[in-house]
Design a protein around this ligand. Sequence first.
Ligand code: GDP
Ligand code: MG
Length: 304
Amino acid sequence: LARLLSVIEDGSGASAAVARLTYRTTPPYVVGLTGPPGAGKSTLVDQLVSLARQGWPGAPDEPARPVDAIGVLAVDPSSPMSGGAFLADRVRMQRHADDEGVFIRSMATRGHLGGLSRAVPDAVRALGAAGIGLVVIETVGVGQIEVEVAAAADTTIVVVNPGWGDSLQAAKAGLLEVADIFVVNKADRPGASEAATDLSQMLALNPPDGWTPPIVETVGVSGEGIDTLLEEVARHRRYLEDTGSLAARRADRARHELERVVAARLDERFFEVVASARFAEAVQSLAAGTSDPYEMAEQLIARS
Ligand SMILES: Nc1nc2c(ncn2[C@@H]2O[C@H](COP(=O)(O)OP(=O)(O)O)[C@@H](O)[C@H]2O)c(=O)[nH]1
Ligand SMILES: [Mg+2]
């Protein structure tokens, strides 16, 4: 699985490798955590994983559903400078190192544009094929990336800290858009309830239809509030399942994924065509005025 994820991360030969994958079970449930650096995402993931290993909370009158294995993907969009951050993530999640039911992996984009959005669905597919039922994706919330990673998740958790009320309105709006659950982490520090109030006021101004994101206060370092957070994730999952939104979201995601793959393939095809000898010949005859571009384009696309 580690080697397969390297191939996926690298981009080389990924499509061939992924083509051989099939889900052994249903697709994994994907929880995304995003937020600014240092907000406590890794600390929370570590706590969440420990708790989720004991079972996936059921409805109030339902027993906990077992969780066989959990995969963690720490995705860093700013790869060249992320060595230190990854090391910190590793240390924070160290206590799962001996747990065979937890697979932790850091992924970087190696700088190619769109690499992340391509690699993440493939990585989730690989984890699912390995029998992992729950995947947690941690990513730094920086603009477009968080939206892309949120698009790969069934439940997106946005992590903020006390003092968040001071951040830029535009940045706030972006996070508001992707959040299914808000976490005010570092609730041991002053300003946590103000941050929560600020969030609920923003939500009241832009009331979402259907699901209203709950706001959970946590202390990552002590584990306070983690049980509530996991229950809210489970509640959101039940909401998505009961309303049919999970299937709809996944269909939506599948469409976008396939569109991207088709677009990439067409792009490659374009370069194949324009690099071909037949294209060079067609250019000559067009320059000489002996043919029309439309007819030639059709022929080139059809069989070069
Ligand atoms: N005081 C306090 N510190 C925390 C809390 N949660 C995490 N931290 C600390 O915040 C720092 C950054 O945490 P980390 O999980 O690496 O943040 P990430 O960059 O979002 O993954 C670490 O030193 C953590 O120990 C919390 O609830 N309260
Ligand atoms: Mg981290």
